[in-house]
Design a protein around this ligand. Structure first.
Ligand SMILES: Cc1cc2nc3c(=O)[nH]c(=O)nc-3n(C[C@H](O)[C@H](O)[C@H](O)COP(=O)(O)OP(=O)(O)OC[C@H]3O[C@@H](n4cnc5c(N)ncnc54)[C@H](O)[C@@H]3O)c2cc1C
Length: 449
């Protein structure tokens, strides 16, 4: 197998990752004098802000995902390859991917971040992260299967484990998924599982610091807490999770909670990529760059989005928030800078323009900080919906999401409650396994990743 990109007189930009940052760069390099290659481990772009609605049966995965090949259409200057990048060889200027080697003139790392379990092995092995569409589907299956089993199990202790939900991390993802599960308990459980006592289902949200939504205003944090109380979510602030084993969550307060649904949205980090030296990485493993997004110590390697810690922006000395807008704005600027490099123009340093932040907790319940303004309740919720609807790629997806939202607003229903388990035929499973085991280049094997 080979990456199979045609040779071209144009200089080649390889983008690793088609998230918010990579996709902006790809789109804005249209009709540029470069050959552009996008590598992603998925064949679709995903929209993480709505992933929690996949996990809680509010939306279908296809509504928030968009295939890269459809985006590229007939562009003659851009290629997509489905592959995982395993290592970078900056001196030789090539990548080792799961489908072979690929050379570059310029490399852009836009590979986002991954869930941070802070080296806690038991938790990493047994908790459910919620960072990707695939993980959200796993979480939805677990949640719905646990309700089914709670109905039929004979043991009271086991039923409590099946019904309790523990969420770790009081940032936007934690707050949003806690609110959505609380609404499932209120509206879906009584109609779908009338034999199950919904009152026995406890939802806990655990946060290590003294407030929720740490990156937002004190007003937004306080409102989010009161909205969650309204939905009967048991919020535990200043509390750490010490361990998770034998279906039990151990808290720093000494309390234990039996639960088979242990959701971890407690932080993110950037995983190590062989070939990128330690000196080029900063806090949370992010790649250190100058204001032109060039990775420290490496020639012709750039980083944008969650994985980049861009310096030189005086308002963000510790780096920009790991959010969609910084990723989008950096992708757009880097495309402009690449064009300037080709035409001998001047490069522009990155300065993030904060457009505000929001989080939704439930029906008519959201918080929004826009500049000096703080909104909450119905108006913030409406604003949240409008902003997200506008940002989703594709007219079909926008309409699908709008329809599902309207339907559940009117009916109080969540219509995507199937437990779907993917299954590949044996011959394809073997092939995938073989692919996993090959194309490691001079890396010795998966352990050295
Ligand atoms: C559940 C959730 C909710 C969020 N809600 C919000 C919100 O409401 N508002 C907001 O502003 N931000 C939100 N964020 C954060 C926001 O999604 C990220 O900041 C943003 O996606 C970062 O964009 P990115 O392009 O850097 O990375 P991503 O969007 O994460 O894209 C990275 C891409 O790289 C690919 N990739 C990774 N490693 C490899 C590899 N080795 N080889 C090949 N491909 C690879 C991945 O498949 C992915 O497509 C949320 C995040 C999550 C997880």
């Amino acid at each position: 197998m080979s990456v199979n990109i045609p040779e071209s007189p144009r200089r080649r930009i390889v983008i690793v990752g088609g998230g918010f940052a990579g996709l902006q760069l790809l789109n804005h390099l249209k009709n540029s004098p470069y050959q552009v290659v996008l590598i992603d481990q998925n064949n679709y772009h995903q929209f993480p802000p709505l992933i929690y609605q996949i996990a809680t049966a509010g939306l279908n995965p296809s509504s928030i995902s968009f295939p890269f090949r459809k985006l590229l259409g007939r562009r003659h200057d851009a290629y997509f390859r489905l592959a995982t990048v395993r290592a970078v060889y900056p001196k030789e200027k090539y990548l080792q991917t799961s489908i072979g080697k690929l050379s570059y003139d310029y490399l852009v790392l836009a590979s986002g971040s991954t869930t941070n379990f802070y080296h806690q092995q038991d938790i990493a092995a047994n908790a459910m992260p919620m960072k990707t569409v695939a993980e959200a589907m796993g979480l939805r299956n677990a949640l719905l299967s646990n309700f089914e089993r709670a109905l039929t199990c004979a043991d009271d202790k086991e039923r409590q484990e099946l019904m309790n939900v523990v969420i770790v991390g009081g940032g936007p993802s934690g707050v949003e998924v806690a609110g959505a599960i609380a609404e499932m308990r209120r509206y879906v459980l009584p109609s779908d599982y009338p034999d199950l006592d919904a009152g026995r289902m406890h939802i806990y949200l655990i946060e290590g610091s003294g407030k929720l939504l740490n990156a937002m205003s004190p007003q937004a944090s306080a409102k989010a807490l009161s909205f969650l109380h309204k939905l009967n979510v048991e919020v535990k602030l200043n509390t750490l999770v010490k361990d998770y084993r034998d279906n039990t969550v151990y808290l720093s307060s000494g309390q234990t909670i039996p639960s088979l649904t242990f959701i971890w949205v407690g932080g993110v980090c950037v995983p190590a990529l062989p070939g990128i030296p330690d000196e080029s990485r900063g806090p949370s493993g992010r790649y250190l760059t100058d204001s032109f997004m060039r990775v420290k110590g490496l020639e012709d390697v750039f980083a944008i989005g969650d994985c980049a810690l861009i310096s030189g922006d005086m308002h963000y000395p510790k780096g920009h928030p790991m959010m969609a807008q910084p990723a989008i704005q950096a992708g757009r600027l880097l495309a402009r800078n690449f064009k300037a490099m080709a035409s001998g123009g001047t490069l522009q340093g990155f300065a993030y323009q904060d457009l505000g932040s929001m989080a939704t907790i439930g029906r008519n319940l959201a918080v929004a900080d826009i500049g000096r303004w703080h909104f909450s309740g119905f108006f913030a919720w409406f604003l949240w919906m409008a902003v997200h609807l506008r940002s989703i790629l594709g007219v079909h997806n926008k309409l699908a999401v709008l329809f599902d939202w309207m339907w559940s607003y009117v009916t109080y229903d969540r219509s995507n409650r199937m437990i779907v388990r993917a299954k590949l035929p044996a011959v394809l499973q073997e092939r995938r396994q073989r692919e996993e085991e090959t194309h490691w280049g001079d890396l010795k094997g998966p352990d050295q990743r």
